[in-house]
Design a protein around this ligand. Structure first.
Ligand code: CA
Length: 458
């Protein structure tokens, strides 16, 4: 118990005067393997909670102070961790928030399926289109639909593609045209290029596939793709069982720091300001607790604003690096957070606009969940044969059901977000990728037609 007490006193020390005097207890959950680590924000005394609640506008007072949210130890989770760590959930009346570190994405999926009443979670951090796969039952046990409400985008950018050091100097970079024969050679000699993502048919899988296919490499025929949890990617690359992987910072950068590989591309190079991960909750929870949902949104939005200020990124790196959250050296986190990437192949990127963004990026709002981005994830799922082409006929109705940008807007107004920071349209408009391909949300089939390598006949 010594560690827990040390941790508690250190945390009290870290709390700023303005933050709620919450504390946490590190408990081992009974789900997942290894067990999820659950952080409880239940340290406030009853009078403290009453005092907090008194500051909440009575008309906006949440129906419950309790929610359990899952997260994974990658920079995408920062807004959730900061809202928790700095007492922002409590500030908006959510004094009993629990954050549960998920062992992997499969565990997150299973935990939201059983819900917090069953020992799981009410929602949390998701790759795309997982909230859609849960809603339709595509990715749940027995294909049982678990309707989800997608309420906020946690971040844009902040991911990368790491390559094993043995391939250094062979021309594997953002552009792959000159390396096509290398992939063929590896396949012909029985040592097919093996690349890992953290969950199939979601972001990391899509970034690897987009990058390979843009370079003329067929991700289904020329390479082998498999699932590896983010925290195990470095170990697997060290043992030589993996040629490449895609995941959230700081894991790709760690490859360079540990001198076992290099970065071929940042996802920000593949698609500038690309949507990354999202906050989504079970719809039944949101329906029962609309004000609590907005309280969560306000806390996470305020955390996103805090995370995005340059002057806070050093403190952000320090908080995330803590043993209770990511348990990593600070410098491995700080460089990517500041847009400083030693790519490990002689290339140095030092550009804050290439780093993970939480509140705004050069195209405007990060936090607002554009429906046009949901449509891209569904369209890309069609591209690779993960979803049938007919899904595009139902996409609008499905997106209108899952995407609750209306709740985001209401919460933003309650928070006092400037009108200029609230998007007018549910579409961000035409998106452009590094190979010149464009996705016009008004015409997803034109995008599919423009792609050379795909698994859909169109
Ligand atoms: Ca990610």
């Amino acid at each position: 118990m010594d560690n827990v007490f040390n941790f508690l006193s250190r945390r009290r020390f870290l709390l700023t005067a303005g933050a709620a005097a919450s504390s946490s207890v590190l408990l081992k959950g009974c789900l997942g393997n290894p067990p999820d680590e659950v952080l409880r924000q239940a340290g406030m005394t009853a009078p403290q909670q009453t005092a907090q609640a008194a500051n909440v506008n009575p008309a906006q007072a949440p129906e419950t102070a309790t929610v359990k949210l899952g997260y994974l130890p990658i920079v995408e989770a920062a807004p959730l961790i900061i809202a928790f760590h700095k007492g922002l959930f409590a500030k908006y009346g959510m004094a009993q928030v629990e954050l549960a570190k998920q062992a992997n994405w499969g565990a997150a999926r299973d935990n939201v399926e059983i819900g917090s009443q069953g020992g799981g979670v009410d929602g949390g951090q998701w790759q795309m289109p997982m909230p859609y796969g849960l809603t339709t039952g595509k990715i749940t046990k027995g294909n049982r639909p678990i309707p989800m409400a997608l309420v906020l985008k946690l971040n844009t950018q902040g991911n990368g593609i790491a390559i094993a050091g043995k391939h250094l100097g062979k021309g594997i970079g953002l552009q792959l045209a000159s390396t096509k024969s290398l992939f063929g050679q590896l396949k012909a000699t029985g040592s097919q290029f093996t690349a890992a993502y953290t969950f199939p048919q979601a972001n990391q899988d899509f970034w690897i596939r987009y990058w390979l296919a843009a370079g003329g490499i067929d991700p289904d025929r020329d390479v082998k793709l498999l699932t590896v949890p983010a925290a195990q990617t470095v170990a697997n690359m060290k043992t030589g069982t993996m040629d490449a992987f895609s995941t959230g910072d700081p894991w790709p950068y760690r490859i360079v720091k540990d001198k076992v590989g290099f970065l071929s591309a940042l996802t920000a190079e593949i698609w500038k300001n690309h949507p990354e991960e999202y906050l989504a909750l079970r719809s039944d929870w949101v329906e029962r607790h609309p004000k609590a949902t907005k309280a969560i949104l306000k806390a996470v939005m305020e955390a996103q604003q805090w995370c995005d200020r340059d002057e806070n990124r050093e403190e952000l790196a320090r908080i995330l690096s803590d043993r209770q959250y990511f348990n990593l050296p600070v410098d491995v986190l700080l460089d990517p957070l500041m847009g400083k990437y030693d790519m490990g192949d002689g290339r140095i990127i030092n550009d804050k606009s290439m780093a993970v963004r939480y509140w705004t990026d050069s195209q405007g709002s990060v936090s607002y969940p554009y429906k046009s981005h949901d449509l891209w994830f569904l369209t890309e799922s069609v591209r690779w044969g993960f979803l049938p082409l007919s899904i595009l006929d139902e996409a609008k109705a499905l997106i209108d059901q899952v995407n609750r940008e209306d709740l985001w807007r209401e919460a933003a107004q309650e928070l006092g977000v400037a009108a200029a920071e609230i998007p007018k349209d549910t579409s961000r408009g035409v998106e452009t990728f590094f190979d010149g391909i464009q996705f016009d949300p008004a015409d997803p089939t034109a995008y599919l037609k423009s792609l050379v390598i795909k698994r859909v006949a169109i």
